[in-house]
Write a protein that binds this ligand. Structure first.
Ligand code: NAP
Length: 306
């Protein structure tokens, strides 16, 4: 069997068109567009890249984007006060706290300070709680992206054996809750983590396998059930190697790098019925889910003001 590739990029383009249209309609009807605000504390190369992508994606759909850069020396109290100011500002539709925060800050506490209606990353306990209740409004973007890719196959998940590898708050746990969120559509999830004794026995049993760990090569072809749907959330940077296994060097003599998932794609593609590529899978859709959450947050605040 050769798997069909689940094309995250084209799904992202379709969602992007829908968001663009909705933003245009809001602008025509109410003369306003949603505003996504990001808070970055100190300098960090990885969050700088996220900020750049967020700004570009917002521009593409017509959502306003504002970055607040606070110095590394900002105290936790000052950050919480700043978040409270944005919580009360009617012009602000969504708030993102760029990670990592400096080590003197409690990241979870700061995230919890974002009011639920502006929590576009879906990390506030009350939004997580709504996911537990099966009626999520704002949910973590990566989990939403993985679920949209799964749904795009058109395969019914009801009752299916699903193995989720990884149980982080931002990916594995919310995915598991989504899989259970409707009584009518519930799958049968098994969640694996670092303490799981025989990972392969669980992955081989999965009709749907969702992997979110961050370890290149963790899931090999022989760990996948014939005909399974494979959603690979992992993002890993690894050196490019030649046929003899040696690293390929760039013009400056540094090892050339590439992005891969947690699943050995070349092996999995011969076993699975559907598979997401990395790059071009979950990652392509995650930022679009952030835009969709911003729109949802905007509408939620409008309802509260009516
Ligand atoms: P994380 O917080 O580090 O969580 C990793 C999870 O994997 C943990 O639950 C950990 O279990 C589990 N784990 C570690 N080693 C394992 C093993 N050998 N077998 C089974 N489970 C194992 O990472 P994350 O934030 O969830 O991200 C996971 C991956 O997704 C990363 O590669 C990240 O870059 C990627 N990601 C992608 C997107 C996207 O848009 N595509 C967005 C976010 C994250 P314990 O907690 O028990 O140790």
């Amino acid at each position: 069997m050769v798997a069909k590739i689940i094309d995250g990029k084209s799904l992202a383009e379709r969602f992007e068109e829908d968001i663009k249209r909705e933003v245009r309609e809001l602008k025509e009807r109410h003369k306003v567009v949603p505003l996504l605000t990001a808070i970055q504390v100190g300098e960090n190369p990885s969050s700088a890249m996220y900020v750049k992508n967020q700004r570009k994606s917002c521009e593409e759909v017509g959502i306003d984007y504002q970055l607040h850069q606070l110095p590394e020396t900002t105290s936790e109290e000052e950050l919480l006060k700043f978040i409270e100011k944005l919580n009360r500002d009617d012009k602000v539709s969504g708030i993102i706290l760029e990670m990592p925060l400096p080590s003197h800050m409690n990241a979870r506490g700061a995230q919890m300070a974002i009011t639920p209606t502006k929590d576009v990353e879906g990390m506030n306990p009350s939004n997580m709680g709504m996911l537990v209740y099966g009626s999520p409004r704002l949910a973590p973007c990566t989990a939403l992206a993985a679920m949209e890719l799964l749904k795009s196959t058109g395969v019914d998940i009801k009752g299916k054996e699903v193995t989720v590898v990884g149980h982080s708050e931002i990916v594995g746990k919310p995915i598991t809750l989504f899989l259970l969120s409707s009584v009518m559509e519930s799958a049968t999830p098994t969640v694996c983590h670092i303490a799981t004794r025989d990972l392969a026995s669980h992955t081989r049993n999965a009709e749907i396998l969702i992997v979110a760990v961050g370890k290149a090569g963790l899931i090999k072809g022989d760990m996948i059930k014939e005909g399974a749907i494979v959603i690979d959330v992992g993002i890993n940077r690894v050196p490019v190697r030649d046929e003899t296994g040696n690293p390929v060097l760039d013009n400056e003599g540094k090892p050339k790098m590439k992005t891969v998932g947690d699943v050995v794609f070349e092996e999995a593609v011969d076993k699975a019925s559907y598979i997401t590529p990395v790059p071009g899978g979950v990652g392509s859709l995650t930022v679009i889910m952030l835009l969709r959450n911003t729109l949802t947050a905007y509408k939620w605040q409008m309802e509260k003001r009516e």
